[in-house]
Design a protein around this ligand. Sequence first.
Ligand code: HGY
Ligand code: MN
Ligand code: MN
Length: 410
Amino acid sequence: MKTASAMDGLDLCARLDELAKLSCQSDGLTRMVMTKEHRRANDLVANWMREAGMSVREDAIGNIIGRYEGSTPGAPALMVGSHLDSVRNAGRYDGPLGVIAAIASVAGLHAAGERLAHALEVIGFCDEEGTRFGATMLGSRAVAGSFDEAALALRDDEGISLAEAMTRFGLDPARLGGAKRQKGELLGYLELHIEQGPVLEALGLPVAAVTAINGATRLAVTITGMAGHAGTVPMAGRRDALAAAAECVLAVEAAARQAGLVATVGRLDVKDAAINVIAGHVQFTIDLRAPRDDLRLALLADIEARMRGLCAARDVGITITRLHELAATPCAPQLIGSIDAACAKLGLEAHHLASGAGHDGMAMAKLCPIGMIFLRCKGGISHHPDESITPEDTALGARLLLEVMRKPGL
Ligand code: HGY
Ligand code: MN
Ligand code: MN
């Protein structure tokens, strides 16, 4: 990155636009883990990291990591970054903003010849969304040492397992343990991320310190009934898996509304679907979140009970598989305090906000203190092509990130 423009909002947004082109979707952004788009994104980010004065490596799970030594080589590092993968038909700022802003911050230090007492490591996590294989935060779990090896057997829509995809990507699944960092290597983990909600825009504030990240559970549900002829099987005799699944979807929605929480069926697939066939086999996903784990587990139990009851009444089978679970995660008070102090230094209000969305910090919290900065985004829109931030806010977010990187208070 050029010296003067390292923290320039237009330059940062131009780099985010460049990254957004690395997509398997011709008319939008979809970038999934262990794909050629992932490879091209790692290569592009690695070049920017080197330009910013960092040494660069790709770890055993495909995260791209740049290191900028402190005044004493080998000192523990503050890790700063976010994820480089996306959901399908995504916005271009969810994830990459945190990586690009972190690189720009190091580029600013490098240009000034400034070394901190601690080292800095900038990371582009390989898979936070879980778009391709369903299990989420593969990269940060591997770094934190909480990677579930069962995930290696998960298969994508083409039936390719994560293990096979890693091999094709040039990684050895048997060696992914090498990504794990030891306690003490990292002082903490810090991430700049779009808010993905409407609060900051409504308050007229550009940034906030995140206080905690909601806990999340992801489920895969399979309903098995009896396929049949749409014209000959009487309604009374049907074991219609799609009708049962539809009732389950509404039960999920009703349970979440009643609990004052959120639960979403984002994907539903009918096996051997045909216009004139009663569905015999349906799979769908459930994503549920809560700020407290007791509330999340109570909602989970309620949803399971409702679904099992209505499937029994319809004489169809139901299996429920847990794909992913992460507890509600508080951010470190020291980092919240540092973000507040940096806001004060930049003349910004020190607002606090909890995160309804999940983030890699949930996994990293097992290894070290975590902190997050939220940046205002237009209409709170995210996981959508209309996701939007301004160059001015982007530059401000990067400057705030740099201030906290200088004085994390850890
Ligand atoms: O699902 C989430 O909250 C995040 O975008 N992965
Ligand atoms: Mn994200
Ligand atoms: Mn996301």
